[in-house]
Ligand binder design. Structure first.
Ligand code: KG4
Ligand code: ZN
Length: 336
């Protein structure tokens, strides 16, 4: 039995979890800063790190208390090393180092993106080879895993991450931050009315969302010049359909070429109801390939997913020493 204390502070959630054998969650505390960042229309990195500093000790204490364990029961400290905001990451790294030093426990570095993928372990045992569509506020990647703990990024965004595009389009439409959940809801009332260009890249599996975001802005400006009122629900619908259909169609091309045993959705944007429906619809004909869609609570950032991935990292011998540092652009394990 392996019990890990996991810490996640890569963006705007201060989180700590106690996870047994990578699958059983004893506690999972997430302190969100969303209310503060909403005031600024997006995450302000300096503000995020300051709030992490204020909250981290309480969040760790809560996680231990709720799990009903003591530090004697803990076998290792898993922490998000990157990618993410440097100041935010540093707070989690320092907390992890302190616990590791004081209680003499091994330190396990975890890549945030592997955390999102391994969150699916709470739903089903992962089967390999596996294809993951990892979509968050900072990343949009297609990851091929031939076997456990092997990661090959076969496609990624050339510019904005999909979550970032949702947030920016929401700002254009004056819908507040974070944009994803609002656009998801609003698009349900939208009708096919506006046309937006399908994003294009010259590579098979890479994505691009920045042109689409600009197209939304230009359409809004054009309509305003003509004296037309913008129907926000219709524009949200057009943006969402265009962005998601281009992403899902690339994912399906990869499914056909790579023939995985399992396809998983991961990251904050995996909470999107239309993306979930589109994936189910498109995967239905592939009866031999299991599709796993994480429950909403483990799509967005949390520390339980760092405990799940940290457990596999621990099994594979990943350790940090006290010279370890946060890495805002940390590559996937095995990638340079
Ligand atoms: O994974 P996450 O919590 O943080 C990062 O690692 O970036 O993802 C946050 C992103 C934000 O851009 C947010 O707008 C988006 O996930 N998001 C959504 C939905 N819920 C959250 N995007 C689309 N539809 C949603 N329902
Ligand atoms: Zn994330």
């Amino acid at each position: 039995m392996t019990m890990l204390l996991a810490i996640e502070t890569s963006c705007d959630e201060t989180a700590c979890a106690i996870v047994k054998d990578g699958k059983e969650i004893l506690s999972n505390i997430v302190s969100s800063q969303i209310n503060v960042h909403t005031l600024y229309g997006g995450v302000v990195p300096e503000v995020a790190s300051r709030i992490h500093v204020e909250n981290i000790s309480t969040v760790i204490e809560e996680a231990i208390k709720e799990a009903g364990v003591t530090m004697d029961d803990i076998d290792g400290i898993a922490y998000t090393q990157g990618p993410g905001l440097i100041g935010s990451l540093h707070v989690g790294v320092q907390a992890a180092k302190t616990l590791s030093y004081f209680f003499d426990k091994p330190l396990i570095p975890v890549n945030h993106m592997t955390g999102h993928i391994y969150a699916n372990q709470f739903v089903s045992d992962l089967k390999f080879p596996l294809l993951a569509l990892v979509v968050s506020g900072g990343h949009s990647q297609l990851v091929w895993m031939k076997h456990e703990w092997s990661f090959e990024v076969i496609g990624e965004t050339r510019d904005d991450a999909i979550g970032e595009a949702y947030d920016k389009v929401a700002r254009v439409l004056d819908l507040g931050y974070p944009g994803g959940p609002v656009i998801d809801k609003l698009a349900k009332e939208g009708k096919p009315h506006y046309e937006l260009p399908t994003p294009k890249t010259d590579t098979k599996y890479d994505f691009s969302f920045s042109g689409l975001k600009t197209a939304v802005l230009q359409l809004q400006q054009r309509e305003r010049k003509k004296g037309n009122e913008i129907i926000s629900a219709d524009l949200a619908y057009a943006f969402q359909e265009t962005a998601l259909k281009s992403m899902v169609s690339k994912t399906m091309e990869a499914v056909k070429e790579y023939q995985p045993k399992m396809v998983v959705l991961a990251g904050g944007v995996a909470a999107n109801s239309r993306l979930r429906a589109l994936m189910e619809e498109n995967m239905a004909p592939f009866e031999n390939i299991q599709l796993v869609i994480p429950p909403l609570w483990c799509c967005t950032d949390n520390a339980a997913m760092i405990g799940a991935s940290g457990y596999v990292a621990y099994q594979h011998g990943e350790r940090s020493d006290f010279n370890c540092s946060a890495d805002p652009s940390l590559p996937m394990p095995g990638e340079i």
